[in-house]
Write a new protein. Sequence first.
Length: 84
Amino acid sequence: MTRGDVKFTAPLTGITAAVVGVVLNLAVFLAYHVLRPAGFDGRFEWFSALIGTLAFIALFRYQAGIVPVIGMCAVMGFFYTLLI
């Protein structure tokens, strides 16, 4: 019905591009503040990078559910915090 109508598809294409840009900007912002909490002068958080990499692998390679992955990441972060 509205697929071929440019009046509907053109604005939605622009809105989709804007939303993707906002999500990407937020991902970069959060990654920077998680991996470098003290800025570029501080140390790199290797354990946070490891947890993120393991979560990515679990989600995309092994098709694990997002709730169990978030739970395991929380448990790993909790025990890491207790150890340091």
